[in-house]
Write a protein that binds this ligand. Structure first.
Ligand code: AMP
Length: 241
């Protein structure tokens, strides 16, 4: 996917799917293809939790406001969802930034029907009222576990690797900036089970919500990164016709 797609007006795009399905990797590829930002509630939460040295504007603001409580931290560590109010406020603040005018990719939000209803209301009452389109990625559970337990990422440039499936050239460091790669604390087999439970119970109904609105597509996530990106771009372009 190249610059030829830059003229397309994507609007708000939701990337849905189970933990480990490839939302982060795909959001980064889409960001490059369409020139719109990735907004990952999980990334922002981790930035605040880790007191990131170079936090994004939104993480810095929430950190200063003391918005992330001990209870949220323990919920994250256990693979459970944090409160709807916390993530809704986070997304509202992030969507006010000027880089979102042509569209944006929400990665990992909405995760509950409460969040989906909040987002629908927020978009209906703000700006241009451009409706969201939702794309869900699907991968079988065995593959998800491999992706989760093998996942490593660069704390500086945020590139994502997988020690089983897409290893970096030099073992434990980033190909691009040679920073030592990190593993997420919740990327263990035990926490994965809890995250899958949260997904099935709380997030699966969100897919049905957007399916019922006719602004939903499902994409097979079990192909090469490039092929999956191409399928997502095509699905969104089709939904926007
Ligand atoms: P992720 O990086 O999307 O896998 O998110 C990591 C963790 O952050 C999740 O397991 C939740 O604890 C929390 N989180 C991220 N996004 C949301 C959301 N939209 N609603 C509730 N909790 C979230």
């Amino acid at each position: 996917p190249g610059g030829s797609r830059i003229a397309f007006l994507p609007g708000p795009v939701l990337l849905l799917g189970a933990p480990g399905v490839g939302k982060g990797t795909q959001a980064k590829a889409i960001m490059a293809a369409w020139g719109i930002p990735q907004i990952s509630t999980g990334d922002i939460l981790r930035e605040i939790r880790n007191r990131d040295l170079q936090p994004s504007v939104i993480a810095d603001r929430l950190l200063n406001e003391g918005k992330l409580h001990e209870d949220d931290l323990s919920r994250m560590a256990a693979g459970k969802l944090v409160s709807d109010a916390l993530v809704n406020d986070m997304v509202a603040a992030r969507l006010e930034e000027p880089d979102t005018v042509r569209g944006y990719i929400l990665d990992g939000f909405p995760r509950t029907l409460v969040q989906a209803d909040w987002l629908d209301g927020y978009l209906a009452s703000s700006r241009d009222g451009f409706p969201v389109v939702a794309v869900s990625l699907r991968v079988n559970e065995r593959q998800l576990l491999l992706r989760i337990t093998g996942r490593r990422s660069c704390p500086i440039c945020k590139r994502i690797y997988n020690v089983h499936l897409k290893p970096p050239v030099a073992d434990t460091v980033c190909d691009f900036d040679q920073t030592v790669l990190e593993q997420r604390a919740d990327d263990t087999e035990a926490v994965f089970a809890e995250r899958m439970r949260a997904y099935a119970e709380q997030t699966a109904p969100v897919l049905e919500h957007y399916r019922a609105l006719g602004r939903f597509a499902e994409v097979d996530g079990d192909a090469t990164v490039e092929a999956v990106t191409e399928s997502i771009l095509a699905a969104v372009e089709h939904l926007r016709e």
